[in-house]
Design a protein around this ligand. Structure first.
Ligand code: ADP
Ligand code: MG
Length: 318
């Protein structure tokens, strides 16, 4: 009997072929399933990111409204406290004149001893000589403090995404260049500034506000590169699909995901008291939101950061 006709062998070959085919099929299916699983996981992550971005936008909008409300409430009493301080300053000057005259009078011959000792005692008991010295400093410190409060309040107001602002048609490159000029002495010598600015179309916007955004982002980039060797800031612009892109990239300290999550929250800062107010990014967020734009952040801790402003081009209707 030849091998070809051996029924056992034939059955075995058939069974082996069928098994191989089944295994192949199983492998193909598993691979497909695995690819689908990866796709599903990717979609899930994307969805979660979109969900958290939406949540963050909502939270920031609420925070903006809240901040604007608080700022408005504080602004009114602050205005009269500031004005009262001015009156108080003037009144104090009058009293100081009176004290000076009294002190001079005590020294003269023409005053009765009883009156002299009455006045001298009063000056001593009330410590008027010291008060006279201290009051100017007290008033100045108070006034400085109040002006700082006013600055914070103004910052908070510009963080509000609901604030209405006057918009004009302008070219953002003009603003960007004038902001860079303003920062010239700040950047010169310490940072290698690399510009690659492609032309942009005119758009309807508030140029002063957008300059403020550029300023805040460039200053942050500068501060982030303070401990970097060969500190570099790259600024680029381009235009695509009716959207303006302005990118500010630094090779500074970068940030953790934890910092990235909180960056737009008012008063959030990782800098020491005298350096950071934590309002730069919050203000930038409010302004860009007012222009229907976005700020996209990419950063790895220790490897620098990139901030991309995306703004839709809005043209005035003719
Ligand atoms: N270019 C950057 N590189 C690294 N971290 C940054 C950068 N820009 C902003 N940050 C982080 O975001 C925080 C908030 O920034 P900002 O609102 O401008 O406040 P401030 O600069 O006063 O701290 C900073 O303290 C810093 O931690
Ligand atoms: Mg800042």
């Amino acid at each position: 009997m030849s091998d070809n006709v051996n029924p056992y062998k034939q059955a075995h070959t058939r069974e082996k072929a069928a098994r191989l085919k089944a295994e192949q099929l199983l492998e193909d299916k598993s691979r497909k399933l695995f690819q689908q699983k990866i796709k599903l996981e990717e979609s899930y992550i994307k969805l979660r990111q979109q969900e958290s971005a939406m949540l963050q936008n909502e939270q920031l909008a609420t925070l903006g409204t809240l901040s604007a409300g608080i700022a408005h409430e504080i602004n009114n009493p602050l205005a009269f406290v500031l004005s009262n301080m001015e009156s108080l300053n003037n009144y104090t000057k009058s009293f100081q004149k009176l004290l000076l005259l009294t002190q001079e009078l005590i020294q003269t011959e023409g005053i009765k001893e009883t009156e002299k000792s009455l006045l001298t005692d009063l000056i001593e008991q009330e410590d008027l000589a010291f008060i006279n010295e201290d009051v100017d400093e007290l008033l100045k410190d108070t006034s400085d403090g109040l002006h700082r409060v006013r600055k914070i309040i103004n910052n908070l107001r510009s963080f509000s995404p609901t604030q209405n602002t006057d918009k004009v048609e302008t070219n953002l490159l003009k603003g960007l260049k004038s902001t860079l000029k303003l920062l010239d002495s700040e950047l010169k010598g310490s940072v290698d500034l690399q510009l690659s600015l492609l032309p942009l179309p005119n758009t309807l916007c508030n140029p002063n506000e957008l300059n403020q955004v550029f300023l805040n982002l460039i200053l942050n980039a500068k501060q982030a590169t303070e401990d970097t060797k060969e500190a570099t800031i790259k600024i680029s612009s381009h235009y695509q699909n009716d959207t303006i892109f302005i990118r500010i990239q630094d090779n500074g300290c970068g940030m953790t995901d934890e910092v990235k999550k909180q960056i737009f929250i008012p008063f959030f800062t990782t800098k020491p008291m005298d350096k950071g107010t934590g309002m730069g990014m919050a203000i930038a967020y409010g302004i860009i939101a007012n222009h229907q734009g976005k700020i996209i952040i990419e950063s790895i801790e220790g490897s620098g950061a990139t901030f991309e402003i995306q703004l839709p081009v809005i043209q005035t209707k003719l």
